[in-house]
Every structure is written in structure tokens, then in C-alpha cells.
Design a protein around this ligand. Structure first.
Ligand code: XMP
Length: 326
């Protein structure tokens, strides 16, 4: 039987009872596969890797070594959340690497979107590889591969992308959720007790805020992006929109426009609000947001985020626009 093919008889995991059954099965299988050996996992804090981490912690505890690479392009508070949930609450064996300077130094003056993506992906593999080499007693690599990854890209997980490790570092793979669809992974995550903000996290590109700070990334513009994104999230949550809108974020483009502040002319950045509804990211529509909510977000961004003098709402559907700006 092809272990990468979901059996037609496999029931869809839609509730806690079915999720618990799946968890118990996987815990037994993981223990059988791994024995007393160690397993390495790149833990981004996204839904898939978080659920895999929680499953493995339940199955093998400290035999799992999680590596969280903070590439400096995470949203506000996200790396801290990984440390809090996995390092503290679940008491995992977690290695936290702040590689912000490494990534941002490599990205100086790099404006081409594809080159940026390649640098971020390549550097991620290098940082992860360095950590993997320090751990001499690891035999397995866990990955948050899910069924759509297998169907759509032959098992290559674009945004985790530890598949690019050199040949001498090949581990046996542990992929406990590889036959599950995203909604099932979320049900399993909730049954494992992970917080809602992790389980229902919206899609976040592997290159993170890097593709939303368009053109050549600068630290001040990246900071404006992170802060404005946090304000948008906070206000959408307060307004009850966070659970209703599929994906939302801000973008800070690499151009300025004129403004006035304290009676003086300034030349500052715009912040663009992007909010979309979608089923599978192949197409997207733009929701109508209450004017008062947009106004409140605008006022807060203009008052709280240095270097910004304008806030725009992107009304473009996909197609012709893509969801991300680059
Ligand atoms: P676009 O911009 O192509 O995005 O309409 C479709 C969905 O994919 C996400 N996205 C990415 N995810 N690596 C990822 O893992 C990437 O480089 C990347 N670019 C876009 C995007 O956030 C949206 O949900």
C-alpha cells in the first residue's frame, strides 16, 4: 500500500472523539517508529508544525528537539508565543535561535522578490543545518507535511523546506499528519490543547513579513510593518472580524508620499491594509469592512507608528491582484 495515499475508507476527522482516536493511534505509531532515538523538528509556529510538535511531545517527550528559527520576519509576538507555549507550557526541548541579524544583513539592498525569497529560504536551511550538525545523536526528522502538500507538490513542503538539507544530513522522516487535510489538522491541534490563536492561525508565507515590506527591506520600514500589522490584528479581533476574514495583514511599500506633521512637511511611508476572503487561495474577494473600524485602525496607525503618514485599503480581488504584494 502507498503510505502517501489516503485510504478511501479513512473517516474525515471532524470532532474531538475522532481526533483523540487519531492522536492515540499516532502516538503508538511514533513510539514504534522512533523507539528511544531523538527526533528533530523545525518549529515555525504555524499550524502544521505546531500540531506535529504537540503530537510528538505527547508521544516521546524530550526525545523531540524543536528548533525555532526567528528570521526577524515574524509577526509581532509570534516567536515569543512559540517559546511560551512549547518551551514553557508544554516543557518541550526547544532550541530558540534569533537569527534576525543574519537574515536582515543578507537582505540589504536586495529588491527583487524572487531573490529575496531564495535568500530567506536558503538562509533558513543553513541555520537549521548548523543546529542539526551540533546535535550528533538525532536519527529522525519530523515534518508538518499535510495531504495537500503531497497532492499538490509531491511532498515538498515549500514553506518549511527542510527538504533542502545536504545529502549527508538525511534523516528518516516522521510525518504524522501527512494524510490529513488542513481542517483536520486544526481539529487535532485543538484536541491536543493548543491555543486557538495557533490552531486557527491564518496562512502566513514562509518568507514572512519579508514579502510585505516590498523591495529592499530596511529595519525601520520592517518595524512600521510589524507594528501596523499588530494594530490591524488587534482591532479586527476586537471587532469580531478576525475569525471571519480568511487572511489580513498590512504592507509597507518602498515608496514615500508627502504629509504634514506638527506644521512641517514630511515625506513618509504609506501603510496598505490587505484583507481577503478565499477558500483555497486560488482566488480571493475583498470584504466590505465597516467604515468606523477602518477609520479607527487608520487613526491608530497614524498616531502610533513612526514614519507613516497615509493608510490605504486595497480593494483589489484575486485575480488580477495576488493576495500578497510581491
Ligand atoms: P498569492 O500572493 O500568490 O498568495 O495570491 C496565495 C497564498 O499563498 C501565500 N503565500 C506564500 N506562502 N511561501 C508560502 O509559504 C510564499 O512564498 C508565499 N507567497 C504567498 C499567501 O499568503 C496566500 O495565502
Amino acid at each position: 500500500m502507498d503510505s502517501n495515499k489516503r485510504p478511501e475508507t479513512m473517516a474525515r476527522i471532524t470532532n474531538k472523539v475522532l481526533a483523540d482516536e487519531f492522536i492515540n493511534e499516532q502516538v503508538a505509531l511514533i513510539r514504534e517508529q522512533v523507539g528511544s532515538k531523538k527526533v528533530l523538528l523545525a518549529l515555525s509556529g504555524g499550524v502544521d508544525s505546531s500540531v506535529v510538535a504537540a503530537l510528538l511531545i505527547k508521544a516521546i517527550g524530550k526525545q523531540l528537539v524543536c528548533v525555532h528559527v526567528n528570521h526577524g520576519l515574524m509577526r509581532k509576538g509570534e516567536s515569543e508565543k512559540v517559546v511560551e507555549v512549547f518551551g514553557k507550557q508544554l516543557d518541550a526541548n526547544l532550541i530558540y535561535i534569533d537569527a534576525t541579524d543574519r537574515f536582515l544583513d543578507k537582505l540589504v539592498d536586495v529588491a527583487d522578490p524572487e531573490t529575496k525569497r531564495k535568500i530567506i529560504g536558503g538562509e533558513f536551511i543553513r541555520v537549521f543545518e548548523e543546529e542539526a550538525r551540533k546535535l550528533t545523536d538525532v536519527d529522525f526528522l519530523a515534518q508538518g507535511t499535510i495531504y495537500p502538500d503531497i497532492i499538490e507538490s509531491k511532498g515538498v513542503k515549500a514553506h518549511h523546506n527542510v527538504g533542502g538539507l545536504p545529502d549527508d544530513l538525511k534523516f528518516e522522516l516522521v510525518e504524522p499528519v501527512k494524510l490529513l487535510f488542513k481542517d483536520e489538522v486544526r481539529v487535532v491541534g485543538s484536541a491536543l490543547g493548543l491555543p486557538d490563536e495557533m490552531v486557527f492561525r491564518q496562512p502566513f508565507p514562509g518568507p514572512g513579513l519579508g514579502v510585505r515590506c516590498t523591495g529592499a527591506i530596511t529595519r525601520d520600514r520592517l518595524e512600521a510593518l510589524r507594528e501596523s500589522d499588530a494594530i490591524l490584528r488587534e482591532e479586527f479581533e476586537k471587532a469580531g472580524l478576525a475569525g471571519q476574514i480568511w487572511q489580513f495583514f498590512t504592507v509597507v511599500p518602498d515608496f514615500r508620499s508627502t504629509g504634514v506633521r506638527d506644521g512641517k512637511r514630511v515625506f513618509d511611508w504609506p501603510v496598505i491594509i490587505r484583507a481577503v476572503n478565499s477558500v483555497d487561495a486560488m482566488g480571493a474577494t475583498v470584504p466590505e469592512i465597516d467604515w468606523n473600524i477602518l477609520k479607527k485602525i487608520t487613526d491608530r496607525i497614524l498616531a502610533e507608528v513612526p514614519g507613516v503618514c497615509r493608510v490605504l485599503y486595497d480593494l483589489s480581488p484575486k485575480a488580477p491582484a495576488t493576495i500578497e504584494w510581491e
